[in-house]
Design a binder for this molecule. Structure first.
Ligand code: FMN
Length: 301
């Protein structure tokens, strides 16, 4: 038995680590490299029906405690991206395609379009860097309708990626669950900004960006904890994970798997093996046989 194996809906992963959407762009060779370096599965950049050019430069700014980006979901559109996906399938690399649409019809189109190539979908309802990025979670009826409609056109599990910047993450999560979502990914970046005091201007071309990395980790842990306490579907934790200790913290909070994004810039792809080794050591030292045994342990009275 592999002590690191987890199951998220119908998906069996060799370990609970995943590459977070978008941080490495769209190239299939990078996704392949991340899988081969030990990630349980890789998530693609969010892909739209038509190409998106993205925001004005500069689009990335490094902070002491994280990263600001306003890349704005720039991607070549679904037809062009399919070439990358075909390469990954030929090499048997397990992939989750992240989808971004501006309407229910666009999301449905994409879910049908990639059906053969994606083991599951991430539905990105939480990008702070595009005009309609957070549109569908502004009201719960829109969220419900979207998920229900997408679910009706695909056999693949769908994981809804949500933002922490809503009134009530639990209410949002429950709405997704009721509409048929197979899991929740929490959280995306958080809208933020940085001003250069010498130039007296915002540093990012797009003025605002999404904050990721260490700074958002406690918010992400809180969201995972709250969601896993109230929902039956699995929660995938994301936000500021940069070590095995961080990963275990999310698992204890109730995440069934975890995603790594910004930390890859600092630590490189070896972070996936590092996290897996730490989890194994943690299991051994604390007397557990499998990672499944520690999921949600922090909820005990
Ligand atoms: C450069 C960059 C690009 C991103 N692109 C996407 C994207 O295309 N789709 C998406 O759902 N999230 C995207 N994200 C958000 C990440 O997947 C993740 O939710 C967030 O960065 C928090 O995790 P982290 O602190 O480990 O980076 C992006 C983040 C960064 C830093």
């Amino acid at each position: 038995m592999n002590p690191l194996e987890v199951k998220i809906s119908k998906l069996k992963l060799r370990n609970p680590t995943m590459l977070a959407a978008g941080v490495l762009g769209i190239s299939s060779s990078l996704l392949e490299r991340i899988y081969k370096s030990g990630a349980g599965i890789v998530v693609t950049k969010s892909i739209s029906k038509n190409p998106i050019r993205g925001n004005r430069n500069p689009v990335v700014y490094e902070l002491r405690y994280g990263l600001l980006n306003s890349i704005g979901l720039s991607n070549p559109g679904c037809v062009e991206f399919l070439k990358e996906l075909k390469e990954l399938r030929e090499k048997n690399i397990p992939v989750i395609v992240s989808l971004y649409g501006e309407s229910i019809d666009e999301f449905k189109f994409l879910a049908k379009f990639f059906e053969e190539y994606s083991l599951a979908y991430e539905i990105n309802l939480s990008c702070p860097n595009v005009e309609k990025g957070l549109e569908f979670i502004k009201d719960l009826d829109s969220t419900y309708n979207l998920i229900k409609e997408v679910k009706s056109v695909t056999r693949r599990p769908i994981f809804v990626k949500i933002s922490a910047t809503v009134n009530d993450v639990v209410e949002l999560g429950k709405t997704c669950e009721e509409a048929g979502a197979d899991g929740i990914v929490a959280i995306n970046t958080i809208k933020a900004m940085k001003i250069d005091i010498n130039f007296k201007r915002p540093v990012l071309g797009g003025i605002f960006g999404g904050l990721s990395g260490e700074a958002i980790k406690p918010i992400a842990v809180r969201c995972v904890y709250e969601l896993s306490r109230e929902l039956k579907i699995p929660i995938i934790g994301c936000g500021g994970i940069s070590s095995g200790e961080d990963a275990v913290e999310f698992l204890l909070a109730g995440a069934s798997a975890i995603q790594v994004g910004t930390a890859i810039y600092k630590k490189g792809e070896k972070i996936f093996i590092e996290i897996c080794r730490f989890i194994l050591k943690y299991l051994r030292e604390n007397g557990y046989k499998s990672v499944k045994e520690i999921i949600g342990l922090a909820h005990r009275d």
